[in-house]
Design a protein around this ligand. Structure first.
Ligand code: HAM
Length: 417
């Protein structure tokens, strides 16, 4: 065992998997930039107060934060999510609205690590601030849906709920509290603790003994004001008109406290149920205000990169080929020629690699093969004396040929075409 290893729940992403991560973010950026979203890159670290506004009753804030006091005496935390940071940035920079932004990056939550659940994990996501329109909710949900389609995932389902207006939600929470308190004996111990902090989160319990009480619990739909009901109807009609299938799930409350009205989750069909949420989001109309801004509507989602890639593995989609160079340069005369030739090729936009340490021809050809290159350029003493190069295709049936040193680029381009 080496003395140092990654901390629990944290991983090294090595080549070629790292290329897949980058491609994942690229595809996401293509989808959302085509809809007018610009990228925000915010710090990994914020004043802990920013995240505390996410909700004092959530595990993310109370149990899972990586926080510390910095050398200047500031209490800071590594971000556990990005919605609060985006709202903080909105209040700080007051951009024109609607402000449509996307992000990609690492988040940190001190959770119990297991497959699909890490302490450092990556998300991509979007947020829209300053517009309240049910068809915007539809746009946001549809963009996530489109992204999964681009990845090639077929087994993702969309769960949809509305938590109503804040008053509806508050009345519902009290009804839930009353319901669960009446049947306290039948509730699991874990859920009894949750009940005290946030009755809504009891609906999220995956413990088997809680299932009957949850099934019998009051339904949020019975608490909607007329406005909330009409808004939710419009969201559903919009999704139907875009042919996006969804399942209504009145127990979908999500793990963060800031949600109001529309909430949704994308679930994977292949993952363990505790880790099957590939992504989720919703409206959080009060969050900007709680961070010191003017009342501003907001909606967005975040999709877990790590988990979504596990779903891709399970479905056998979004496999990115390992990186390969176009040309591998083999030089048995010491390496000076290989150094110059690779530099010339790279400057001409042709990717090229080479072997080092003046190994034998045989061993360099082995590395050439492993490199995935289509063409080898070979320099031995014969070639140097004649002022030539040998160009050898490594795949297919084409024959190798010699070419004047000065024709390097043209000859390689021909061999690659
Ligand atoms: P969230 O549901 O906490 O929402 O996280 C979104 C996604 O991040 C999850 O569905 C999951 O795929 C991934 N995720 C969360 N925790 C972990 C973990 N420990 N390991 C691996 N993946 C994880 C949010 O973060 C909200 N900010 C979403 C949002 C944006 N709502 C409105 N705008």
């Amino acid at each position: 065992m080496p003395e140092f290893q990654t901390s629990p729940g944290m991983r090294d992403i090595l080549p070629a998997e790292s290329g897949r991560w980058r491609r994942f973010v690229q595809v996401f950026a293509e989808v959302v930039e085509a809809a007018g979203y610009g990228q925000i890159i915010s710090p990994l670290l914020e004043d802990i107060g920013v995240f505390q506004r996410v909700g004092g009753a959530t595990d993310v804030v109370t149990k899972e934060m990586f926080d510390f006091v910095d050398r200047g005496g500031r209490h800071v935390a590594l971000r556990p999510e990005l919605t609060a940071s985006v709202c903080r940035a909105f209040v700080q920079h007051h951009p024109a609205t609607p402000w449509k932004v996307f992000y990609a990056g690492s988040q940190f939550r001190y959770e119990a690590p297991q497959r699909g659940r890490y302490r450092q994990f990556d998300q991509v996501g979007i947020e829209v601030l300053g517009a309240d329109d049910p068809y915007l909710d539809v746009e946001v949900i549809a963009l996530g849906w489109e992204f999964y389609r681009r990845l090639g995932l077929n087994q993702v389902t969309l769960l949809l709920n509305s938590l109503g207006e804040p008053d509806d939600r508050a009345r519902y929470v009290e009804a839930l509290r009353a319901h669960f308190t009446t049947h306290l004996d039948a509730l699991s111990e874990g859920s009894r603790t949750t009940l005290v902090k946030n009755p809504l989160r009891v609906l999220d319990s995956k413990r088997r003994e809680d299932a009957p009480l949850i099934a019998a619990a009051p339904r949020i739909a019975d608490f909607y004001s007329d406005a909330a009901a009409a808004n939710f109807e419009a969201v559903q009609a919009g999704l139907r008109s875009l042919d996006i299938p969804f399942t209504l799930d009145t127990t979908l409350v999500r793990g963060l406290d800031y949600y109001r009205r529309t909430t949704f989750e994308y679930q994977g069909g292949t993952l363990d149920s505790a880790q099957n949420a590939l992504g989720g989001g919703g409206r959080y109309d009060g969050l900007v205000e709680s961070l010191g801004g003017k009342p501003t509507p907001g909606i967005g989602f975040a999709l877990g990169l790590d988990r979504t890639l596990l779903a891709c593995d399970d479905e056998g989609v979004f496999q990115v080929p390992p990186p390969a160079v176009d040309v591998f340069v083999v030089d048995t005369t010491g390496g000076l020629h290989a150094m110059a030739i690779t530099a010339e090729l790279r400057a001409a936009g042709i990717s090229a690699d080479r072997a080092y340490e003046n190994r034998s021809m045989k061993s360099q050809m082995k590395v050439a093969d492993r490199s995935g290159a289509s063409v080898a350029v070979i320099v031995g003493s014969n070639e140097v004396d004649a002022g030539e190069l040998t160009v050898r295709p490594l795949r297919g049936d084409d024959m190798q040929f010699t070419t004047p040193r000065s024709d390097l680029i043209d000859s390689v381009k021909k061999a690659l075409s």
